[in-house]
Write a protein that binds this ligand. Structure first.
Ligand code: NAD
Length: 248
């Protein structure tokens, strides 16, 4: 099969803002056709301005399993293939609180978006990729999932679950031509970070040995390599993007 980038089709969730939008923009520069998913439809105008290639926008909530299933079927039918899945949609939920103060409903909501949503999209995309014996799946984890950020029980645990899923899926599809990896950034200034309490953001940035936040360029360069055909012998791995915070 031809894995030339310009013939590839990528799904990006969370594409209407922050890291997902930056990924969409960068991938469109390589001519990759894009199926963009987000529940934030107001972000569509920015997508229209920034994307240079053929794309379709699917305004769904990734926690809605039947909607995810139907959307992936529509994408496979429209584009004829799916080569890349980037699971960028995510939320922090309420932060800067201790475990005994965590509201159960809020924790479940965070797990539903960060873990279940990424599982649903991979569950319905994998059979399409298996038909071609080729695929690149990238789940967005976080340094919080590796280390556990105090004040962020729901977020840290949901991202640890994403890391667990990455390791499982990497092994399960290792002989198929499909790789499944995760990326674990520290802090990169986006709407997600802007919405968090200042004290919580200070806690996270103070822990970065390089004493600065990551940039969108640093993120997209690493992430685009992870989903490229060149990244063919690494699967089930969590790529670090934490300015030295993760030493493992
Ligand atoms: N920015 C950081 O510092 C940082 C660090 C580590 C990990 N991450 C992870 O990177 C990913 C992207 O974060 P970001 O900073 O770009 O955030 P962001 O808030 O800028 O963008 C997230 C996007 O996901 C969408 N989304 C949220 N819930 C959704 C749902 N249920 N269905 C469909 N779309 C949904 C939002 O509408 C938004 O457009 C997240 O998974 C986040 O946890 C970010």
């Amino acid at each position: 099969m031809n894995n030339t980038l310009s013939k590839q089709v990528a799904i990006i969730t969370g594409a209407a803002s922050g890291l997902g939008l930056a990924m969409a923009k960068k991938m469109s520069e390589s001519g990759i056709q894009l199926a963009l998913i987000d529940r934030y439809t107001e972000g569509l105008s920015q997508i229209r301005e920034e994307i240079r290639t053929e794309f379709e926008f699917y305004p769904i909530d990734i926690t809605d399993e039947p909607a995810v299933k139907k959307t992936i079927e529509k994408i496979a039918q429209h584009f004829g293939r799916i080569d890349i899945l980037v699971n960028c949609a995510g939320i922090t939920g309420i932060t800067n609180i201790k475990s005994h103060e965590v509201d159960t409903e809020n924790l479940v909501k965070v797990f539903n978006v960060n873990f279940m949503g990424s599982w649903f999209t991979s569950k319905y995309t994998l059979p399409v990729m298996l038909k071609n014996n080729y695929g690149r799946i990238l789940h967005f984890a976080s340094i919080a999932g590796k280390e556990g950020n105090a004040g962020m029980l729901a977020y840290s645990s949901s991202k640890a679950a994403v890391i667990g899923m990455t390791k499982v899926q990497g092994k399960e599809y290792a002989e198929t031509g499909i790789t499944v990896n995760a990326i674990a950034p520290a802090v990169i200034k986006t709407a997600l970070v802007d919405k968090m309490p200042e004290e919580q953001v200070k806690y996270m940035t103070d822990k970065i040995p390089m004493k600065r936040c990551g940039t969108l360029d640093e993120l997209v360069n690493m992430a685009c390599f992870i989903v490229s055909p060149e990244n063919s012998f690494t699967t089930g791995f969590v790529f670090d993007l934490s300015g030295g915070r993760a030493t493992y």
